[in-house]
Design a protein around this ligand. Structure first.
Ligand SMILES: Cc1cc2nc3c(=O)[nH]c(=O)nc-3n(C[C@H](O)[C@H](O)[C@H](O)COP(=O)(O)O)c2cc1C
Length: 183
């Protein structure tokens, strides 16, 4: 019996209780059928992640969403730790590491800097696609098609209405209705 494509949202915020934007985005999609939201800060134990459980969930889903606040032009430490410990040779890469092949990788991230700062001549100097090259290379190594990133810029100037609109667009992205939402 066929089933609908399903998404695993890995919410990678070091302090979800202190998050305004990422927690609102996660709340906008957490009730969707076929979407599993996993708060890495909550499931992480003192010894680190349960690697077998993390890998089992990855295998069960068709799309892997990395959702995180943009920190120092990169992913927060908690997501880097998850990647270092879960995306192992023989699972995610290497001649026998084919478990993620064909699954889509979707980045959802939020930045303090406004969109125009992420371009040549802007104070952040580089575009988001340039800065996301390590993620692009990771997806490629793991055999995962990389979707167009969903980026929310300028979060300190985002009012509640704009935040709700981004939540609706994120929801549409995960349900496949994004064309309608952005039209
Ligand atoms: C440690 C740290 C590093 C950050 N680095 C960047 C950065 O490199 N570029 C940027 O635009 N914003 C940066 N920010 C701003 C965060 O992206 C912003 O606080 C976050 O997207 C807000 O999401 P939240 O409400 O879910 O915490 C940084 C914030 C922190 C705390």
């Amino acid at each position: 019996m066929s089933r609908n494509p399903c998404s695993l949202v890995l919410l990678a915020h070091p302090d979800p209780a202190g998050s305004r934007v990422n927690s609102a985005l996660a709340a906008a999609v957490c009730d969707l059928d076929d979407v599993t939201v996993r708060d890495l800060a909550t499931v992480r134990r003192a010894g680190g992640f349960d690697v077998a459980e993390e890998q089992r969930l990855l295998v069960e889903h068709d799309t892997v969403v990395l959702q995180f606040p943009w920190y120092w032009y990169s992913v927060p430490g908690i997501l880097k730790e998850w990647m270092d410990h879960v995306l192992l040779r023989g699972f995610a890469y290497g001649s026998e590491g084919t478990k993620l092949h064909g699954k889509t990788l979707q980045v959802v991230t939020t930045t303090g800097g406004p969109g125009e700062s992420y371009q040549p001549g802007g104070y952040n100097r580089f575009t988001m696609s340039e800065l996301m090259r390590p993620i692009d290379a990771t997806a490629h190594l793991c055999g995962m098609p990389l979707a167009e990133p969903f980026v929310v810029h300028g979060v300190y100037h985002l009012d509640e209405a704009a935040l709700a609109e981004y939540g609706a667009r994120y929801r549409a992205l995960l349900t496949g209705d994004e064309q309608r939402a952005t039209a």
